[in-house]
Design a protein around this ligand. Structure first.
Ligand code: ZN
Ligand code: ZN
Length: 127
């Protein structure tokens, strides 16, 4: 497809339907960039480098322990700390003990309440 340039009246081959000016009049805008030999080589090298670093990263991930530290808040004292596992909720051994104790109390209380509720409903049924 040939077209007359709106800038210099020269006939040229537009890269797409919307281009009304030749490459020099449009200052290359909208035209696909022509790569020089050196640029092609550069891109190849860059691409290779990217792949290599990716491989390196992958290897590193394989080698690295799965331990991922995430900032968390201790459920006992409310202190921010770095948790090494998703299961941890406590910043220290003391807080872990305290947390377990509180959990036991809560659990027992809940059981007691449940029993009370059950007793209440069964009594109602009898009446
Ligand atoms: Zn032109
Ligand atoms: Zn704590």
């Amino acid at each position: 497809m040939q077209r007359k340039c709106q800038g210099c009246n020269k006939t040229f081959t537009p890269p797409n339907y919307t281009m009304m000016r030749c490459r020099s009049c449009a200052k290359g805008v909208g035209y696909p960039k022509k790569l020089t030999e050196a640029e092609i080589e550069e891109r190849k090298a860059e691409h290779k480098k990217r792949i290599e670093t990716k491989e390196e990263k992958r290897e590193y991930n394989l080698r690295a322990p799965k331990e991922k530290k995430t900032p968390k808040q201790c459920v006992v004292c409310g202190k921010d700390y770095m948790a090494t596992s998703n299961l941890g909720k406590y910043c220290s051994q003391e807080c872990r003990k305290e947390g377990k104790r509180q959990y036991c109390i809560k659990y027992n209380e809940e059981r007691r309440n449940e029993r009370k509720r059950n007793n209440g409903s069964s009594k109602e049924k009898h009446v």
